[in-house]
Design a binder for this molecule. Structure first.
Ligand code: ATP
Length: 246
């Protein structure tokens, strides 16, 4: 079964395409690394799947799911660290599907949030302000929120960038556990060793698809060189795309 199908998808900003004509699918229960040079369109693709950026052309279909069934962890840079919230408040945001945007958290939800904090190694951190967390602790907190969200599809944008080795290992173990639970995982990553060791599938992007399939077949020197060349030749302010669907 396909969890997510992309049919000739082009995504961009102000009608300027950032990533073109992506065609393929993420199978239900698959675990895919999305890799590629800076500016290749990796974050853009995740935003498209999440429904934050409607395709300029083509279609993204979620098999039997809605955007509410997808959990999304944006890049660290996109998160406001100074907002006056406690760690428990942030984790409880993961329960909004059940509470509604203005609903209060029940005692059971608070307990679940405490358990999630324990699972990511942040027991006793609930009352702390998020501004007082280190980068690694903040990422652990956001993984606790993902645990509470309990979604079938999980999108992670550079989840381990600027995170220490111990935290990365702990959070990777959690991601592998989600994979064992047959959730669909799509993660933007830059560490190829990590990708080879943990991610069975890889999508290599360079404004368009260079390779998509088994990691060993996609993550080759030849493909990486092609991706680099493609991105260097790319134009940030490309005109609206006129290529027809193939
Ligand atoms: N909000 C935006 N408005 C306009 N252009 C954008 C916006 N976000 C990204 N872009 C452009 O879209 C292209 C793809 O960016 P994107 O962030 O998806 O790349 P990426 O592969 O995730 O890169 P990185 O590895 O550096 O995070 C880039 O040319 C970028 O400048």
């Amino acid at each position: 079964m396909n969890a997510i199908r992309l049919t000739d998808v082009t995504l961009g900003y102000d009608r300027h395409p950032a990533v073109h004509h992506i065609d393929g699918h993420f199978e239900d229960g698959s675990m895919t690394a999305v890799i590629g040079p800076n500016g290749a369109g990796k974050s853009t693709l995740l935003k498209g799947i999440m429904g934050l950026l409607p395709p300029l052309t083509g279609a993204i279909t979620l098999d039997g799911a809605t955007c509410g069934d997808i959990a999304y962890l944006p890049q660290q840079a996109d998160i406001d660290r100074e907002f006056p919230l406690s760690v428990l408040d942030v984790v409880l945001l993961g329960a909004w599907k059940w509470t509604g945007p203005f609903g209060g958290a029940t005692r059971a939800m608070r307990q679940q949030a405490e358990e999630a904090l324990r699972a990511v190694g942040l027991e006793g951190f609930g009352k702390r302000q998020i501004a007082a967390l280190s980068a690694g602790q903040r990422q652990r907190m956001l993984f606790a929120r993902l645990l509470l969200q309990d979604c079938r599809v999980i999108l992670l944008d550079e989840p381990f960038t600027a995170i220490d080795a111990r935290t990365t290992a702990d959070l990777l173990a959690l991601v592998n556990h989600w994979h064992e639970e047959r959730r669909t995982i799509i993660a933007v990553l830059h560490d190829f060793v990590q990708v080879r060791r943990n991610f069975p599938q890889t999508l290599l992007l360079a404004r368009e698809t260079i390779g998509w399939g088994a990691t060993a077949e996609v993550l080759t020197a030849e493909n990486l060189l092609a991706a680099q060349n493609m991105c260097e030749a790319g134009d940030d302010r490309a005109p609206p795309c006129r290529r027809s669907a193939s």
